[in-house]
Ligand binder design. Structure first.
Ligand SMILES: *[C@@H]1O[C@H](CO)[C@@H](O)[C@H](O)[C@H]1NC(C)=O
Ligand SMILES: *[C@@H]1O[C@H](CO)[C@@H](O)[C@H](O)[C@H]1NC(C)=O
Ligand SMILES: *[C@@H]1O[C@H](CO)[C@@H](O)[C@H](O)[C@H]1NC(C)=O
Ligand SMILES: *[C@@H]1O[C@H](CO)[C@@H](O)[C@H](O)[C@H]1NC(C)=O
Ligand SMILES: *[C@@H]1O[C@H](CO)[C@@H](O)[C@H](O)[C@H]1NC(C)=O
Ligand SMILES: *[C@@H]1O[C@H](CO)[C@@H](O)[C@H](O)[C@H]1NC(C)=O
Ligand SMILES: *[C@@H]1O[C@H](CO)[C@@H](O)[C@H](O)[C@H]1NC(C)=O
Ligand SMILES: *[C@@H]1O[C@H](CO)[C@@H](O)[C@H](O)[C@H]1NC(C)=O
Ligand SMILES: *[C@@H]1O[C@H](CO)[C@@H](O)[C@H](O)[C@H]1NC(C)=O
Ligand SMILES: *[C@@H]1O[C@H](CO)[C@@H](O)[C@H](O)[C@H]1NC(C)=O
Ligand SMILES: *[C@@H]1O[C@H](CO)[C@@H](O)[C@H](O)[C@H]1NC(C)=O
Ligand SMILES: *[C@@H]1O[C@H](CO)[C@@H](O)[C@H](O)[C@H]1NC(C)=O
Length: 334
């Protein structure tokens, strides 16, 4: 009896110890990805590059330390890959799931290459990312909803690809986002009202897509400096709140199908405005009478609309103005 009890407790202790060992191996194993993990991930990327005309990746080999590879920068603290910048290198290829193992990556810039296909969802593991640029490649498909997991992301640039469909509202979970550039894709639908949650946003570029509506919630973006939604299919009036966003320096809505008039006191509420580009729409009514109050204005484009009445005389005292376009309206007088 005594003996079996003794054996039982030994067994118990052994089991406990084994469990402890096992679980510590388990957790340490996960935490202990190391620079070798980064090396494997980048070699997988190299293996997915089908054309490298300038031999950029020639020193991406086991004989050279990863941190010295072309386009790679390691962080001083963890000695892990923190930045991968292969922009403007004429590379052709696809992105392997392995790239999601670069768990210390902060910047990922693959701009101006010919990467194609879709983005693997394993990229969502890159929780430290602050900067993503895939601009001017040939990526396609919907903008994946797992973009919502980059909680530290400050800048995203997907300009010049073939992303299509509507914007997943989950990307408006990216509360640190300051710049978003989705120009020249095939995106459509309304700009989701959740964009109003991204209160750190300073720059929005959505030109050359098929967006049809700007939500009034955009007015919550008190730091927004540039709003570009040119060459889209916006229609109806611009939400009045847009003409009240005092942080704006550029409002560019050229070539849409917007209508309605401009508030007469537009300059009182947009004191920092430098560029106002509203040409090729269906705006009508008189020009704001106090345009001279927009003292920072450099470029004013109101051409090819249906504005009527006379040109405000004192517009001439905006001495720093560089370009004014008023042609093809219904303006009268001198
Ligand atoms: C990385 O970890 C693996 C095992 O997880 C180990 O074999 C390898 O030697 C480590 N590499 C470095 C550079 O520490
Ligand atoms: C690898 O190539 C890059 C650019 O071609 C160069 O800056 C870097 O010094 C090279 N690294 C080594 C170890 O030769
Ligand atoms: C990547 O390199 C290009 C060209 O050298 C540079 O313009 C760009 O700013 C770099 N990207 C990042 C994230 O630093
Ligand atoms: C890295 O990612 C690939 C594919 O996503 C996976 O198969 C592999 O086990 C991962 N881990 C390491 C340490 O390379
Ligand atoms: C980047 O690619 C775009 C589109 O292909 C091109 O217009 C632009 O000139 C390129 N930029 C550079 C610096 O090569
Ligand atoms: C949205 O953000 C919150 C807070 O940062 C986070 O807990 C949540 O997981 C995120 N949702 C998704 C789908 O990533
Ligand atoms: C936006 O913020 C509101 C509350 O301010 C919240 O209820 C909503 O879930 C947020 N939406 C997203 C997509 O984060
Ligand atoms: C614009 O701002 C002014 C105060 O700056 C406020 O009185 C007015 O209600 C605002 N208009 C809109 C449409 O939000
Ligand atoms: C613009 O809207 C008007 C009426 O609202 C419509 O007749 C016209 O076809 C639209 N133009 C374009 C280019 O969508
Ligand atoms: C321009 O506005 C006038 C009213 O001021 C209207 O009669 C006319 O039909 C409009 N023209 C166009 C092309 O919309
Ligand atoms: C511009 O014109 C307005 C209205 O006539 C006038 O009140 C203002 O003082 C002028 N500003 C300058 C700098 O001449
Ligand atoms: C210009 O405006 C007048 C009256 O405001 C209107 O009768 C006329 O149709 C307009 N012309 C055009 C081309 O829209």
């Amino acid at each position: 009896m005594e003996r079996s009890c003794f054996l039982l407790s030994i067994t118990f202790l052994l089991v406990l110890q084994l469990q402890l060992q096992y679980s510590s191996i388990g957790t340490v194993g996960v935490a202990q990805t190391n620079i070798t993990t980064d090396q494997s991930a980048l070699l997988a990327l190299k293996a997915h590059v089908t054309s490298d005309p300038h031999n950029i990746l020639v020193n991406w080999s086991r004989t050279t330390s990863v941190c010295n590879w072309a386009g790679v920068v390691c962080g001083a603290r963890h000695l892990r890959v923190a930045s991968l910048n292969l922009s403007y290198m004429d590379l052709t290829g696809t992105i392997p799931p392995y790239l999601g193992n670069l768990s210390f990556l902060v910047e990922l810039d693959l701009g101006n290459n010919s990467f194609h296909d879709t983005l693997p969802h394993e990229l969502s593991y890159l929780r430290r990312l602050k900067f993503i640029s895939f601009k001017f490649n040939n990526f396609m498909g919907y903008i994946p909803s797992w973009f919502g997991s980059f909680s530290k992301l400050q800048s995203i640039n997907l300009c010049g690809n073939q992303f299509s469909g509507s914007l997943p509202t989950i990307i408006f979970n990216l509360s640190a986002l300051q710049d978003i550039d989705l120009r020249a894709n095939e995106l459509s639908g309304a700009i989701p009202k959740e964009i109003g949650n991204l209160t750190m946003l300073k720059e929005i570029y959505l030109d050359s897509n098929n967006f049809n509506e700007i939500p009034k919630e955009i007015g919550f973006l008190h730091q927004l400096e540039t709003l570009y939604v040119q060459f889209n299919v916006l229609k109806g009036p611009v939400p009045v709140i847009v003409f009240n966003m005092s942080s704006l320096t550029t409002l560019a809505l050229y070539e849409n199908n917007l209508s309605g008039g401009l508030p007469d006191n537009i300059c009182q509420h947009l004191p920092s405005l430098q560029g106002l580009h509203l040409g090729r729409n269906q705006f009508d009514g008189p020009l704001p009478s106090k345009l001279w109050q927009c003292r920072e204005l450099l470029e004013l484009g109101l051409e090819e609309n249906n504005f009527s009445g006379s040109v405000p005389k004192n517009i001439g005292n905006l001495t720093i103005m560089e370009e004014i376009y008023l042609s093809n309206n219904n303006l009268t007088g001198n």
